[in-house]
Write a protein that binds this ligand. Structure first.
Ligand SMILES: [Zn+2]
Ligand SMILES: [Zn+2]
Length: 196
């Protein structure tokens, strides 16, 4: 249950709070620039046992919740956002119902290369106030391609081969990598893919 927070919040605390919010246009998201949870992307702001930046943004703008059980929910579905216009008080259950409806409407179901973005194959990251969802299969292929490129260069292949030969070599290696990666994914049921 969220902690009860004394109200009103002193001016000094408010000033320190807003100094960590990247305030934009009225309808834009205002990302938290301080530290964020790597788990759910919400900003951290410590005040009387509270740790949630969106909660403080809501208390400042709309007053405390009528029930301490209420959470600061995001209408924009962008956890680092502290724009009071994008926040509303709701129960944990309302919040997750809302999120699952939005999730179906807002999120891509497949990556640009056609891999399904299910829970196991989706890497979620929070960077510079935004949520990014990446395909783990494509991330793996990209990582291996970078290593391959480095190896080709180390072997002097990029200098000795004509550009066409090098390109053919890389294309061939890439198709092998894709096949190998897909086989690996199929074998491990995605459990073996590193968690970064
Ligand atoms: Zn927002
Ligand atoms: Zn993909």
């Amino acid at each position: 249950m969220p902690k009860h927070i004394p109200y009103p919040i002193p001016d000094g605390v408010m000033a320190s709070f807003w100094s960590r919010v990247q305030i934009g246009g009225e309808d834009e998201c205002w990302p938290w620039t301080g530290s964020c949870s790597s788990k759910d992307g919400r900003g951290f702001f410590s005040y009387h046992g509270n740790r949630s930046a969106p909660r403080i943004a809501l208390i400042i703008s709309k007053g405390p919740p009528t029930d301490d059980e209420y959470f600061a929910c995001h209408a924009c579905d962008n956890p680092p956002c502290c724009n009071p216009k994008h926040l509303w008080w709701g129960t944990n259950q309302e919040n997750s119902q809302d999120a699952s409806v939005k999730g179906r409407l807002l999120f891509r179901t497949h990556c640009p290369n056609g891999h399904e973005l299910n829970e196991a194959n989706t890497q979620v990251r929070f960077e510079r106030g935004w949520r990014s969802r990446n395909c783990r299969i494509c991330l793996g292929i990209r990582r291996e391609a970078i290593i391959l490129k480095r190896k080709l260069r180390a072997a002097g292949l990029d200098r000795e081969m004509t550009p066409f030969e090098a390109l053919a070599q890389i294309e061939h290696a890439r198709s092998v990598l894709v096949a190998r990666h897909l086989a690996k994914v199929a074998l491990t049921g995605l459990k073996g893919i590193s968690n970064d």
